[in-house]
Design a protein. Structure first.
Length: 218
């Protein structure tokens, strides 16, 4: 059973959800759902790493969110024509609890603590989206993306500085909404300031406080 369900739903409802949910497993690079697909339910990540992207007005895709253990996917399609307005793709092997929309709606209505948790989750999602929409200096934006990478995926269990999963340079640029060349220059600048260390494709965070301050500079 998913950690959020266990924490915020009564035992009776945990059993009810368990009898109606489905655990799905995805390999790295598998699509969990795509833009335009009909919404059938919500995806609660048990374990894994996922990137969420949208389509810009120019027809390009842009990463708008990273998700990991205990996070929720699929809620952005609620309302309207009830189709997904985003893509979700696994970055690593990922296990997900899928809850049909009818069961989710019943759960929210009957479990106040779960309903409040979802309200706070939606509020945080909106705050993050507003950040990505702001115009920031490139270096600050890249600091924000690297910090988001750390915040969602954390450090490697065998290292106090190495990210457990480092986004590719292309994905970092994509999430920041800039060219790959500009992203690489900003990463090199952060490295020169000894805020991060680049080790081939891996990223180490040497000064987490400084990185956070840059990411929140706006």
């Amino acid at each position: 059973m998913h950690a959020v369900i266990e924490k915020y739903c009564s035992k009776e409802w945990q059993d009810f959800i368990c009898s109606h949910c489905e655990v799905r497993n995805y390999k790295a690079a598998d699509m969990i759902f795509k833009i335009g697909e009909q919404i059938e339910g919500l995806f609660f990540i048990n374990e894994g790493k996922v990137k969420v992207s949208t389509r810009t007005t120019k027809g390009n895709t842009r990463i708008i969110r990273l998700a990991s253990n205990s996070d929720i996917l699929g809620h952005r399609g609620f309302g309207g024509d009830w189709t997904y307005s985003i893509n979700a793709q696994a970055l690593a092997p990922t296990a997900i609890t899928f809850i049909p929309i009818k069961i989710f709606n019943q759960t929210v209505k009957t479990n106040p603590e779960f309903g409040f948790y979802m309200m706070m989750f939606f509020a945080e999602e909106l705050r993050t989206s507003e950040k990505l929409a702001k115009q920031l200096p490139v270096k600050n934006f890249i600091a924000y993306v690297v910090h988001a990478n750390y915040k969602v995926f954390g450090f490697d269990q065998d290292s106090s500085t190495k990210l457990s999963f480092s986004l590719s340079r292309k994905d970092i640029a994509n999430m920041a909404g800039i060219s790959c060349e500009s992203a690489v220059r900003a990463l090199l600048s952060l490295s020169a300031d000894k805020i991060i260390r680049l080790d081939n494709k891996e990223i180490h965070i040497l000064d987490l406080e400084a990185l956070f301050e840059l990411s929140e500079a706006h």
